[in-house]
Design a binder for this molecule. Structure first.
Ligand code: MN
Length: 255
């Protein structure tokens, strides 16, 4: 029986996580290892300086084993693979996140880090997000995730590659299709607010409005703005390969 490890960064109680776990029960044994609280924007942090706990959790899905941890999404995948499953999962699925993980978001996303850690432990992995502001319905995203999981289980993924999936928050009949994309740009404007606390000390809050650039065709941002599901194959290798030649003079007489 296939072992499917499910995690997220919105925490154990999030409806997207439960929707994802439930649809995957058709495909094998589903094991949830999820953070005990929201860890959105935890990126790929791992916990090195305090004990990690893994406790059984009750979820309203029959046949699913669920655990909470005090760690990050990346910790959850490590704990799931090494402590709970004690072996390589057949699939790691991270999500379903409530909100987009497009372009620059990928750097900060705990959801994406869950899938990236899946690739690190050697499992086929994907992250899935619904690209909406106030997501209330995960049913279509869950059904799509199940189809994608089935495909990935059958065919595998290239080594060190994982998938970052974003699904428009639209009624199913308005979804245009699914396409393979590259990461676009999604920056945050006016991202810092400075205020004073009741004791007169300054504090800062990271906020802001996302600034999509949907003009770059083939990007994840453009696909979702056009109503398509975006699937970005992402690689562990952050090297800018073209820059190795382009920056050749950087090292000339540098010593
Ligand atoms: Mn999140």
């Amino acid at each position: 029986m296939k072992r499917l490890l499910v995690t997220n960064d919105d925490g154990i109680g999030s409806p997207g996580l439960l929707a994802l776990a439930e649809v995957l029960t058709d495909l094998g044994e589903v094991i949830i290892v999820a953070p005990d609280r929201e860890r959105s924007a935890a990126s790929h942090a791992v916990t090195l300086h305090k004990p990690l706990r893994v406790e059984p959790a009750a979820v309203p899905i029959s046949g699913v084993r669920a655990y909470i941890t005090n760690g990050t999404p990346a910790d959850c995948v490590v704990l799931g693979a090494l402590a709970v499953i004690a072996g390589k999962p057949d699939l790691v699925a991270s999500g379903i996140n409530g909100g987009p993980n497009l372009g620059d978001d990928v750097t900060y996303s705990g959801t994406v880090a869950g899938a990236r850690e899946g690739a690190i432990v050697g499992a086929p992995a994907f992250a899935v997000s619904v690209a909406g502001d106030e997501v209330t319905d995960y049913s279509f995203a869950a059904r799509f995730s199940r189809r994608l999981a089935e495909r990935v289980l059958a065919t595998g993924l290239p080594a060190d590659v994982f998938l970052n999936v974003n699904i428009p928050d639209l009624p199913p009949e308005q979804i245009e299709g699914a396409e393979l994309t590259r990461l676009g740009r999604r920056r945050w404007d006016e991202r810092l607010v400075k205020r004073q606390d009741p004791r007169g000390r300054d504090y800062y809050w990271l906020v802001g409005e996302p600034n999509h650039d949907g003009s770059a065709s083939g990007s994840d941002v453009a696909a979702v703005l056009a109503g398509s599901i975006s699937i970005t194959p992402a690689h562990m290798d952050l090297t800018s390969h073209s820059s190795i030649a382009e920056l050749a003079e950087l090292t000339t007489d540098l010593l």
